[in-house]
Write a protein that binds this ligand. Structure first.
Ligand SMILES: Nc1ncnc2c1ncn2[C@@H]1O[C@H](COP(=O)(O)OP(=O)(O)OP(=O)(O)O)[C@@H](O)[C@H]1O
Length: 448
């Protein structure tokens, strides 16, 4: 009983803290804690209302969502049929005291003997409706209990309040925010290669732009492969070490990168180290991030021998880069509307190497399965339930669990401006520019 007074006590404390904040806030601010970031509205109004609503509706909600069990004592069994004149008494599992978080609350539920977490997983949506919250995520960290993490409002809606630039280690990129409100940090050091899928206008190019925005100020070479005629990556031209816009150019660029891998392997061998990160700073070659916008264009052929050969060469080079690149500082970020078996066996092999996954709204279950199937089946459903209005929202993985996230919106102007501002950091990749130069010269001659 005393436990149920805890939310009331928390509410009173939060109310007092809010009313007296002018007295103590400056002292905390001097120690680096800014109380303006405290979600007062949620703590003072949203949380208590939700906690009371949960408590009041729990018995009925648990009954309707089939989370209650009936006590045997109330049954009268005659010939195997319960014939008691009184209704069977249903007993809901014990709901703990909700603990407030920045954007919702967390509550533990003690399971009845014989109950499993599965019905709670299935009831998550019903509970979110009953409690009028954005989402309820159910986990079972210990036997005999489930933990429900309630998110009050869609944290991915509206502007990103943490949109300001921050200092990050090399190859680490804040690309947006996760549904818990934390920054969405992509680390190419931890997960070297990424696959980004989504139907048209779902936000794939924006995600690549958000990644490029974060990597552009770092000592990293960016190489673009944009078979949509270079339209998507054109704003980054000033910062890119190379931009391939046709499949022939892509074949040459990827071939040159495979040669670059061989060079780096020789350097590592000579220094008797296992990867470029073990080389002394002065000898370490610059990391290369290859951004591929629309992978399907690379794999699909018109049936002619030449085009089949070109596609196979690109697929083989991509696979080689994916297999060897992590140790040699060459990273792949591949995006595509569809990523299924119809792209050929090369696609499945490549997918296995692209451990980082970002799935925006997908039109077909095969693409969602390709991107998330090896993570969790409910992640596939989550990717398919992203609505057309939720552009930039995606399912991704973080520490082995999947979650919703939204990339930071990057305008063309911001991309162009950042590329211009960081053009001085553009890295020379002689092998790659050498193979593109003849093609560019031919263009010029043709145009003259
Ligand atoms: N994170 C985001 N927040 C808000 N709006 C976004 C976000 N990401 C994308 N959008 C909007 O969605 C539109 C489409 O995004 P984008 O071009 O990245 O999609 P795409 O998946 O690459 O599409 P396509 O495959 O047709 O090129 C953008 O013009 C932008 O207005």
């Amino acid at each position: 009983m005393v436990a149920h007074l805890i939310p009331v006590a928390l509410l009173v404390l939060a109310g007092l803290a809010y009313l007296t904040r002018k007295r103590w806030a400056p002292r905390l601010a001097r120690r680096g804690l800014d109380v303006r970031t405290v979600p007062w509205r949620w703590l003072l109004v949203g949380y208590p209302v939700t906690a009371v609503r949960m408590r009041v509706t729990w018995r009925q909600t648990a009954l309707i969502a089939q989370l209650s069990i009936s006590r045997r004592g109330n049954q009268r069994v005659l010939g195997g049929v319960a014939v008691s004149g009184t209704a069977l008494r249903q007993s809901p599992p014990r709901l703990g005291v909700p603990r407030p978080t920045r954007d919702g609350l967390v509550v533990r539920v003690a399971l009845h003997p014989g109950q499993t977490p599965r019905p709670f997983l299935q009831a998550a949506e019903a509970l979110a409706h009953a409690w009028r919250v954005y989402s309820v995520r159910v986990t079972s960290p210990a036997r005999g209990e489930v933990v429900m993490t309630v998110t009050a409002q869609d944290p991915l809606a509206g502007d990103d309040p943490s949109g300001k630039r921050r200092e990050v280690p090399v190859l680490t990129a804040p690309v947006g925010r996760l549904e818990q409100g934390r920054p969405w940090i992509v680390s190419l050091l931890m997960v070297p290669h990424w696959l980004v899928v989504g139907t048209t206008r779902s936000g794939k190019s924006n995600w690549i732009n958000a990644l490029a925005l974060a990597l552009a100020p770092q000592p990293v070479a960016l190489v673009g492969v944009d078979l949509k005629g270079g339209l998507e990556l054109a704003p980054w031209a000033a910062r890119l070490s190379a931009l391939a816009v046709t499949r022939a150019e892509t074949r040459s660029v990827l071939g040159a990168l495979v040669d670059e891998l061989a060079d780096r392997m020789a350097v590592c061998r000579a220094a008797a180290v296992r990867d470029v990160w073990e080389l002394p700073d002065a000898d370490r070659p610059v990391p290369i991030v290859v951004l591929v916008d629309e992978i399907a264009e690379l794999f699909l052929t018109d049936g002619s021998r030449a085009s089949k050969e070109e596609a196979t060469a690109c697929a083989t080079a991509l696979l080689r880069i994916a297999q060897l690149g992590a140790a040699l500082g060459v990273h792949l970020v591949v995006s595509g509307q569809r990523f299924g078996a119809e792209l050929g066996p090369g696609a499945t092999a490549l997918r296995a190497q692209l451990a980082g996954r970002v799935a925006h709204r997908t039109a077909d279950s095969q693409t969602a399965e390709m991107a998330l199937g090896d993570l969790a089946p409910d992640a596939i459903d989550a990717a398919q339930s992203i609505t057309t209005e939720e552009q930039g929202v995606a399912i991704t993985t973080d520490g082995g669990v999947w979650m919703r996230a939204r990339s930071t919106l990057v305008t063309t102007e911001a991309a162009r401006q950042t590329a211009t501002d960081t053009a001085g950091l553009r890295q020379e990749l002689p092998r790659v520019t050498a193979v593109l130069a003849p093609a560019l010269d031919l263009d010029k001659e043709g145009g003259a």
